[in-house]
Ligand binder design. Structure first.
Ligand code: HEM
Length: 287
């Protein structure tokens, strides 16, 4: 679709330091680098994303976009929302449903795993949709411009690391109605800058953007914790039922020896050493 190219030509594209798009980028710079350095995003950057990680991420993204897009739809004629309301180009909810169905099957809704941090994020989106619709731009910016920026690379990494066929379970990353992500981002920024805000509202939007990044960081951290807990449980289960281990499971288990197990085997070795020393000592004494 040519909406980005044509519309851009007719809109003000000159961006200055005091424009909202520049201020929001500046105040979230540090948060962006913290988000990039979460375990989940680092796994992405190393090209090591796993299927459980991606599936859990899709569940959370579904709850986040469900709240974000419902609130954007409900407030679409609000002065602070109308200029950045692009459901045709940006809406992610339907794509997420397709990806979830691909991985979890038809009854994906019953299988959603949603950490508390995701629920808090969705709750905040609903609160501001009700009390401060002008803050929604901060959340829309954080998610959609992120999806159109680093998100495009993440899509390719997901496909490669999980060995997925092109498009399979990756609809979330595709924006068929955006022919050029860069041009679209320019248009989006100029629309953000056209929103009229009082000084107080502007400050509120900037603070909300930092909050939006923080919510994302907390979601990623909690997803990672959930995965570590389930890995530990799986490991314990394997220890309890040795006869059912497959060779692969065994090698995965030996690779993932927990620190407590490693230290108990060291203790055994030490005890053995003491026994040998005692036996030798007693032998010498007997002579
Ligand atoms: C692996 C992790 C990530 C990488 C490698 C990454 C990379 C990038 C890059 C290269 C850009 C600049 C694109 C450009 O100038 O056109 C960008 C922009 C952006 N990213 Fe990320 N990103 C990551 C994670 C995130 C996360 C987790 C979020 C938020 C949830 C996010 C939100 C944004 C936003 C809002 C922008 C637009 C900034 C602006 O132009 O105002 N990114 N990202």
């Amino acid at each position: 679709m040519e909406v980005d190219k044509k519309t851009l030509q007719t809109e003000k594209t000159q961006i200055t330091d005091c424009d909202l798009s520049e201020q929001i980028k500046a105040v979230t710079k540090e948060s962006h680098s913290r988000a990039e350095n979460t375990q989940l995003m680092l796994a992405y950057q190393r090209g090591q994303v796993t299927l459980p990680q991606y599936k859990l991420l899709l569940c959370s993204l579904y709850k986040i976009y469900e709240a974000l897009e419902e609130e954007l739809d409900r407030n679409c004629s609000h002065d602070g929302v109308a200029p950045i309301y692009f459901p045709q180009e940006l809406a992610r909810l339907e794509s997420l449903k397709k990806d979830l169905e691909h991985f979890y099957g038809q009854n994906w809704r019953e299988q959603l795993v949603v950490p508390a941090a995701t629920l808090r994020y969705a709750q905040r989106l609903r609160e501001i949709g009700k009390d401060h619709p002008e803050y929604l731009v901060a959340h829309a910016y954080t998610r959609y411009l992120g999806d159109l920026s680093g998100g495009q690379v993440l899509g390719r990494i997901t496909q490669k690391s999980l060995g997925l066929k092109s498009g399979e379970g990756l609809v979330f990353f595709t924006f068929p109605a955006v022919s050029s992500p860069n041009l679209f981002k320019q248009l989006y920024r100029s629309r953000m800058n056209s929103i009229e805000l009082t000084a107080e509202q502007r400050e509120g939007v900037l603070q909300e953007a930092i909050r939006a990044f923080q919510f994302n960081i907390e979601v990623f951290d909690e997803l990672q914790n959930l995965l570590s807990i389930s890995e530990t449980k799986e490991l314990r289960q394997r220890h309890k039922t040795p006869s059912t281990k497959t060779p692969e499971a065994k090698s995965a288990q030996s690779l993932r020896l927990s620190p407590s197990l490693a230290s108990s085997s060291q203790l055994l070795r030490m005890l053995l050493g003491v026994c040998v020393a005692l036996a030798v000592g007693m032998g010498i004494y007997a002579f």
